[in-house]
Design a protein around this ligand. Sequence first.
Ligand code: T3D
Length: 266
Amino acid sequence: MSTSEAAPVLTSTHAGFRTITLNRPERLNSFTEALHLGLRAALDAAEADTACRAVILTGAGRGFCAGQDLADSAASSASGAKPVDRLELYYNPLIRRLAAFPVPVICAVNGVAAGAGANLALACDIVIAAHSAKFLQAFAKIGLMPDAGGTWTLPRLVGPARARALAMLAEPIDATTAASWGMIYQAVEDVRLMETAEAMARKFAAAPTGALVAIRAALNASETNTLDQQLEVERVGQGRLIGTPDNVEGIKAFLEKRSPRFTGRG
Ligand code: T3D
């Protein structure tokens, strides 16, 4: 494993995957422009590295991400971006990018995830949270509405009644509740968080990446499609996957009763 440090975001490169760590622990990894730019650069690097077949996103210290840095938000930013500009400049491209990222993104929520930090987590493919983590749609507490995709993801994950209550009451829920509501995939003991995420990343690092990305795209498309439209999405998607090297290898390995050696992005 090699580690390169580029505060306020750290990247660790492992065999087949990268771990990207938000690194402003003294401010619970809340977003400044520098953090946005650091995260963007870390995702650029992961995307450019064809040996990278999964990404883990996590936070340094006791928090995952407390959303927008409200002190930075109040002060005039380096680029002079107003809050609403920041959505278009940073948050929206980030959420769109995760929805189409070329490899699966696992979010390892190590502590509180609030505001845009909560919705960043929910934009990832698989969310695992430490038992001590909390999810908080903090926006209404400061007179705002959820952003970073929260009004899209929340009702789809937990249903409209719970989404409304989470957003309007702005009360935290713990990781176990989040898992039981279907908001996240799994809540694990704090000490097992990273080993669980890394085991999953290693599995993805040996998986047929193209199929995983096609699965995500089809599931996302199903949110608005009719059954007929979705059957067409499956026909087109399967048409692209059938006959790919990973499909050929998967069938060959099955018939030869051995583990497949998928090439993923290669
Ligand atoms: O402006 C735009 O660009 C629009 C976009 C908005 C997107 C958004 O995300 S809006 C929502 C912004 N986030 C919040 O409103 C959450 C604010 N934070 C909290 O409510 C609490 O900190 C938490 C519930 C997340 C955690 O509480 P707790 O008690 O565990 O920690 P704490 O003591 O409040 O925080 C620790 C430190 O981090 C503290 O600093 P200090 O007192 O030790 O010097 C606190 O001020 C700082 N901190 C936490 N969150 C933020 C923050 N500093 C700046 N911005 C934050 N978001």
